[in-house]
Design a binder for this molecule. Structure first.
Ligand SMILES: [Zn+2]
Length: 110
């Protein structure tokens, strides 16, 4: 087991708490939507970048599918796929380490 500095453990705890708050808020916000509204929203936003609105491209990354925006350089991946990439235990901190790697840094214009 990898020991962590107290600040890393605290950051991970705060990130989990924040994610849980956002999850509860998202569920509360979408509960009232009718199926037709859900379908309309899905048609509008499916495979569109949530950051800039451009089209996303599906790419294979170490056996999982990610959605990449070549406009703003965003990479979008489902939680289950993140767990496949980095493992179950302590995956939040490993996700941050994973995407901090050089090959996933934003492309720079020449
Ligand atoms: Zn984008």
């Amino acid at each position: 087991m990898v020991s962590k500095k107290p600040s890393e453990a605290e950051e991970e705890y705060m990130a989990r708490e924040e994610a849980e708050k956002k999850r509860r808020l998202a569920i509360a916000n979408t509960k009232h939507l009718a199926d037709a509204d859900r379908e309309r929203l899905k048609e509008l936003h499916h495979m569109r970048c949530p950051r800039c609105g451009m089209a996303l491209s599906k790419l294979a990354l170490h056996g999982v599918e990610v959605a990449r925006c070549f406009d703003c350089h965003g990479i979008f991946i489902g939680e289950d796929d993140i767990k496949k990439l980095v493992g179950e235990e302590g995956y939040w901190s490993r996700v941050m380490q994973f995407f901090a790697r050089k090959e996933y840094a934003q492309d720079k214009e020449p």
